[in-house]
Ligand binder design. Structure first.
Ligand code: 5GP
Ligand code: MG
Length: 179
């Protein structure tokens, strides 16, 4: 167990890099199997999903495109429910299979709005691949196609995820102590 300190909070090792990579590899295999022949466009939602995207894509072996978009709904450590504009999508997604690559689904509101925005651009199909889900916090109906890991409600950092901008660089995932 390793403890890290970010600003006023402490976090302890929760999911090791080894476990993360095992589950990410499994998700990649599922996508390779399901989307063979559809030449999907992977849409990585920055910033949080940058490590997940890299490790996922290293294990995708079907022809595909990757693009990066940005939208933020988080400030500090509680979901505000507010979602900013989608920026950075320059590809024409008409008639395409789009796989959203997200770090974590909490209430699901961010994902629901993103899907609504993308659907207006007439893709053939939208799939969701997420590193993490907090099933007990889901507030909306979502069809989540690929999940690396389900986790409890506690706030986590590392492997791309931040607390107030910090902590994204850690290889493991850490959970908050003394909430
Ligand atoms: P949702 O709209 O599903 O409630 O929020 C999703 C977004 O909230 C994620 O993309 C992520 O940015 C942020 N988020 C939710 N839970 C956590 C968490 O435990 N840790 C961090 N660092 N971000 C989280
Ligand atoms: Mg995110």
């Amino acid at each position: 167990m390793n403890t890290i300190h970010i600003k006023d909070k402490s976090f302890t090792t929760f999911i090791t890099e080894e476990k993360i990579l095992k589950e990410v590899t499994r998700v990649a295999a599922e996508i390779n199997r399901d989307l063979k022949g559809s030449e999907p466009l992977f849409l990585s939602v920055l910033n949080g999903s940058f490590m997940f995207t890299a490790d996922l894509m290293k294990n995708i072996d079907i022809p595909c495109d990757i693009s990066f978009v940005k939208l933020a709904s988080y400030c500090g450590d509680s979901s505000t429910g507010k979602v900013k504009e989608l920026v950075g999508l320059n590809e024409d997604i008409t008639g395409r299979t789009v796989v959203i690559v997200e770090d974590i689904i909490d209430t699901g509101i961010t994902m629901q709005r993103l899907i609504k925005t993308l659907k207006a651009r007439n893709p053939k199909e939208i799939r969701i691949a997420t590193l993490l889900v907090k099933p007990d916090k889901l507030q909306v109906e979502l069809d989540i196609d690929y999940v690396a890991m389900n986790i409890p409600n506690d706030f986590i950092v590392g492997y791309g995820l931040d607390y107030d901008g910090k902590g994204r660089n850690y290889r493991d995932i850490y959970t908050i102590v003394n909430k």
